[in-house]
Design a binder for this molecule. Structure first.
Ligand code: TXA
Ligand code: MG
Length: 357
């Protein structure tokens, strides 16, 4: 398979047949492209782990059709186990799922229909209802949910276009549906809803902590090391280009002498250097700050808007990777973006893609 397919009726029928036959389909969502398999078929799920080279201890998100997006339907279909939630746990989940379809994944008690392999042996299951017409069109034709991790090889950059999904996993997929570039660009927010009603943020995403707290009218807890083994995507080095990628403490123009003296030996060893800049203006100024070197500076945004930065992050990381640079540098997010929910998620992804200078 070497071209993505428009989500026409004919191609959606092909994708439906492929899923029913236990095969893998590249799927657009509003966050990133996923690689989808029948979440209730252990054989299909095993092929999915293998296609991504994903360790089997890292559980998958189960994607559901909009018509399943209420707690009683999910319980009746054996996806979640409502009996394992106390009334306060159920109430918290009810308050959060008003944001479905959307970039919000809830970790809830696992129901009997979900194979252990899908949840990596955990007694919880991550559930998400994606907000993308092509994803919903496919889910609407199926009578099963889809396990769909991001369509990249394990540890690599999540794809935000059909072509990027194809470049990552093309030879391992039956087909890739092309739903255009992802509008959000970062993976969903993942929260664990505990039986008691306590809610813990496992992975920041476009739905911010502030939004979650206002839906819950209660604080959202921060995940600590106790959660790490249960949500490996939380702590791993991740989303990483191939070359050494260093996080700068300041934009190139503002590095002080001490910071420059740490950076200089790295620069001297590099032939081609790629720099991730926050704005086009920074990118234009960057080569002058690193004179005598072959520097390619790429801008995340035209305007400085964090929403645009989030949408373009993974595509820009791919473009940096494609430069064939032997050293990559990332400017920090600018001051003033600390309270922006998407900038928080973006910082999280950048922290995991880079190493400190
Ligand atoms: O936006 C998204 O969520 C995308 C699109 C394709 O929907 N999917 C995605 O899947 O990002 P993946 O597999 O790349 O990330 C799933 C994350 C991982 O960090 C995993 O550890 C966590 O969700 N997770 C899944 N099931 C879990 C569970 N039962 N308990 C805790 N964490 C879980
Ligand atoms: Mg992923």
């Amino acid at each position: 398979m070497n071209t993505p397919l428009a989500p026409t009726d004919e191609h959606l029928d092909r994708a439906t047949r492929a899923i029913r036959a236990g095969k893998l389909v590249g799927l657009p969502t509003e966050t990133v492209y996923g690689v989808a398999a029948n979440a209730l078929d252990p054989g299909a799920v095993a092929r999915l782990y293998a296609a991504k080279d994903r360790p089997r201890f890292n559980p998958l998100i189960v994607h559901i059709a909009a018509r399943w997006a209420d707690l009683d339907s999910l319980h009746t279909r054996g996806i979640i186990d409502l009996d394992a939630l106390e009334p306060a746990g159920r109430a918290a989940a009810e308050r959060l799922i008003v944001r479905w379809p959307g970039p919000l994944t809830l970790v809830l008690p696992r129901g009997p229909a979900v194979p252990e392999l899908t949840t990596a042996g955990l007694d919880t299951v991550a559930v998400r209802c994606p907000d993308h017409p092509a994803a919903q069109a496919l889910l609407g034709r199926l009578d099963v949910p889809l396990a769909a991790p991001s369509a990249n090889r394990s540890g690599r950059i999540s794809p935000t276009t059909a072509q990027a999904a194809l470049d990552e996993l093309g030879d391992r997929l039956e087909l890739v549906l092309d739903g255009g570039p992802c509008v959000v660009g970062l993976e969903s927010t993942v929260v664990h809803v505990h039986a008691s009603g306590q809610v813990t943020l496992l992975r920041p995403g476009s739905l911010s902590r502030q939004t979650l707290e206002s839906l819950l009218e209660a604080p959202v807890h921060t995940a600590n090391h106790e959660h790490a083994p249960r949500s490996p995507g939380m702590t791993d080095r991740h989303y990483a280009p191939d070359a050494l990628f260093l996080a700068l403490p300041a934009r190139c123009a503002d590095l002080d002498a001490a910071q420059m003296s740490v950076l200089t030996p790295r620069l001297e060893r590099a032939r081609v250097i790629g720099v991730l800049c926050w704005t086009a203006e920074h990118a234009a100024a960057t080569p002058r700050c690193l004179p005598g070197l072959q520097v390619h500076a790429l801008a995340l945004t035209h305007t400085g808007d964090p929403t645009e930065a989030a949408r373009r992050l993974f595509g820009t990381l791919r473009a940096l990777d494609a430069l064939g640079a032997d050293l990559l540098l990332a400017e920090p997010c600018p001051p003033g973006t600390e309270d922006h929910g998407l900038a928080h998620a973006l910082r999280d992804r950048l922290r995991r893609a880079t190493r400190d200078l």
